[in-house]
Design a protein around this ligand. Structure first.
Ligand code: 13P
Length: 253
């Protein structure tokens, strides 16, 4: 029997001004405090420039704040980039690594993701490592192989960091398209991910790591996804920009 954390995570991507962000977090906090009766952990990943404000705004609540990305180097001449120690210095706890949009538009690879995960863990940040295949890869029957390759980025995670590491499976074809992997399709992949992780690291980590599903998660499909044996939560894009939808998803465990 495992004791995996249930997580509802909202990835805001490049949305919301500061004032809008504060308003949305205020609504999420109020609804979470008055309505959320389960043990779900709420994570919010706003744009970088809102992080410090929102960390302060969520103090003493069940909402934790994370960054959408970080650079793999300690510091240096990388104009426009943000380091792990900078995030840590403003009490950010979580960081998304390898989101498919980072891979697609910013050329991130398994190698860069591996460096980022290692750097995040060194600094005490909790990485949420995102993986998933494109439609073309699935149609060619390569989805399991693609995910296996991406999971190699976790190869250096040490046992003391197992409980700080989260995986998010987001099939690229289901992101922002309204297409969701069926609960069975998603669960099949989550089971596969645990098997691969067990081979790369160990069985204990594989059994206990929270694996989130992402890709058009909405209030009306969350319950069927969360009912599956190996789906421990969701990484939510569009629906996380609406407090009602986001909290309704968090209430679906
Ligand atoms: P959507 O929920 O909008 O499909 O986005 C998913 C996602 O990319 C979360 O990281």
């Amino acid at each position: 029997m495992t004791n995996r954390k249930k997580i509802a995570a909202g990835n805001w991507k490049m949305h919301k001004t500061l004032q809008e962000a504060q308003g949305l977090v205020h609504e999420i906090r109020t609804m979470a405090e008055t309505e959320l009766m389960n043990q779900a952990q709420i994570l919010v990943f706003p744009p970088f420039i809102h992080l410090q404000t929102l960390v302060k705004q969520t103090e003493g609540s069940n909402i934790k704040i994370g960054a959408q990305n970080m650079h793999q180097n300690e510091q240096g001449a990388f104009t426009g980039e943000i380091s792990a120690s900078m995030l840590k210095s403003i009490q950010v706890e979580y960081v998304l690594i390898g989101h498919s949009e980072r891979r697609q538009y910013f050329n991130e690879t398994t190698t860069t993701c591996r460096e980022k995960i290692n750097k995040a863990l060194i600094h005490g940040l909790k990485p949420v490592y995102c993986i998933g295949e494109t439609l073309e890869e699935r149609n060619q029957g390569n989805h399991f192989v693609v995910v296996e390759e991406q999971l190699q980025a976790l190869a250096d995670v040490q046992p003391e960091n197992f409980s700080n590491t989260i995986i998010a499976y987001e099939p690229v074809w289901a992101i922002g398209t309204g297409l969701t992997a069926s609960a069975d399709q998603a669960n099949e992949m989550h089971i596969h991910i645990r098997k691969v992780v067990s081979e790369i690291l160990n069985a204990d980590f594989a059994a206990n790591v929270s694996i989130l599903y992402g890709g058009s998660v909405k209030p009306d499909n969350a319950q069927s996804l969360f009912a599956m044996s190996d789906i421990d939560g969701a990484l939510i894009g569009g629906a996380a920009l609406n407090s009602r939808d986001f909290i309704d998803i968090a209430k679906s465990f």
